[in-house]
Unconditional design. Structure first.
Length: 116
């Protein structure tokens, strides 16, 4: 399966963006999707994701500003990002973990740049 992330761009501090991630095909097996990001010179980190129980978790740095959502029927994932800060600047990746095969699929990433 291929994941296609989109919606990134160059914005100013305080602006909003909505990222989308679309799967190339529907995965019937139980899967868990999440958003990660990687800033220059830093390790990739979890931004927001779903848990195996269907809940959500967020990095402390984005709580209250970012909201993850999904369209399970389409294996689509979204990330609403509000009140963006320069430290949110990174390449954002979506990831799908297919539990049955313990396989991880990554999107190609979409660049988010927040200017001060």
């Amino acid at each position: 399966v291929q994941l296609q992330a989109s919606g990134g761009g160059l914005v100013q501090t305080g602006d909003s963006l909505r990222l989308s991630c679309a799967a190339s095909r529907i995965i019937a097996s139980h899967n868990i999707m999440a958003w990660y990001r990687q800033a220059p010179g830093k390790q990739r980190e979890l931004v927001a994701g779903y848990t195996s129980a269907g809940g959500t978790n967020y990095a402390d740095s984005v709580k209250g500003r970012f909201t993850i959502s999904r369209d399970s029927a389409k294996n689509a994932l979204f990330l609403q990002m509000n009140s963006l800060k320069p430290e949110d600047t990174a390449v954002y990746y979506c990831k799908m973990w297919v539990l049955a095969t313990n396989s991880n699929y990554w999107g190609q990433g979409t660049q988010v740049t927040v200017s001060s």
